[in-house]
Design a protein around this ligand. Sequence first.
Ligand SMILES: Cc1ncc(COP(=O)(O)O)c(C=O)c1O
Length: 331
Amino acid sequence: MGPFGTVFCDQFSIARFAGGSWESPAIRPLAPIPLHPAAHVLHYASSCFEGFKAYRREDGGAHIFRLQDHVERMQKSAGSLRLPVPDADMLASMVVDLVRHVADEIPPPPSSLYLRPTLIGTLENIGAAASPSTEATLFVLASPVGDYFQGGTKPLKVLVDDTRSRSTEQLGSTKTGGNYAAALGPTLDAKAKYGVAQILFCPNGDVQETGASNFLLISDDEIITKPLDSTFLHGVTRASVLQLGADLGYTIHERNISVDELLGKVSGFEAALSGTAACLTPVGALVYRDREIPVRDGGSGPNTERLRDALQDIQYGRAPDIHGWRTDVGR
Ligand SMILES: Cc1ncc(COP(=O)(O)O)c(C=O)c1O
């Protein structure tokens, strides 16, 4: 199947916005799209995207996980970048139609079909730094992906950085490429220097998130995670874990966590990263000011595993869809 994100279905869905309206979306053979060198996105980073999955069930059917939530987040991202906001029904239909088209390529668990709607500003104007792109292209890619955890869920080592931000106050909850560009350099430097997998960005001691996942502290009866604000991405996996945690009887605390509190808590609490690609990944150690601090015994904690299993049972179709999170796409 190749590394995550490198293999694509040979069809994609595309729609253009021009003259104040969207043209009808079409499913086409996947091919390069023409882009004027003055396109707004190439100069002023007017782009946003989503990432979520379709899963194959044991009964042969398939579904998309939390489609509406991802459509809503994409609309929010588009609005914050002043891009044309795709209509929710149009975007949802583009995804569902594409998934139905390529349904034969949805692999069984633990693999899945990753879906990547992307919206880019295509206005041809290199003088438009301070004006919106009034033309845009929206497309949806489908990519079969394997098990993120080939070889088991090894707990990750994470650098706690209490100075840098992953993003900015105004764009933290926008899923836009520039945020990933901002996190890339520091994350590569941290990998090289400390052998960590990720940076946990904690500007001014406020525990926020890593480059591509949210952060949770978990005990036998509590889950603690940062409350929703504009500084970080509002993960759909985070929301799902909090809901399933509440269902299982955990007390949910959405409140700010300081680095001091974090370092004090990890001898007793499990720590985990949540996101579509990695689901719920245990953190086994933190690195802070050149010191390595184990999270509990450094292993994968039982509560993290329990919550991940509960989530995957719904995603893989092994448990009933009690929260209405699955959009069925037939066989
Ligand atoms: C910066 C960032 N935070 C959190 C997440 C987790 O979001 P979700 O659970 O919706 O995949 C992602 C992944 O999309 C991300 O890129």
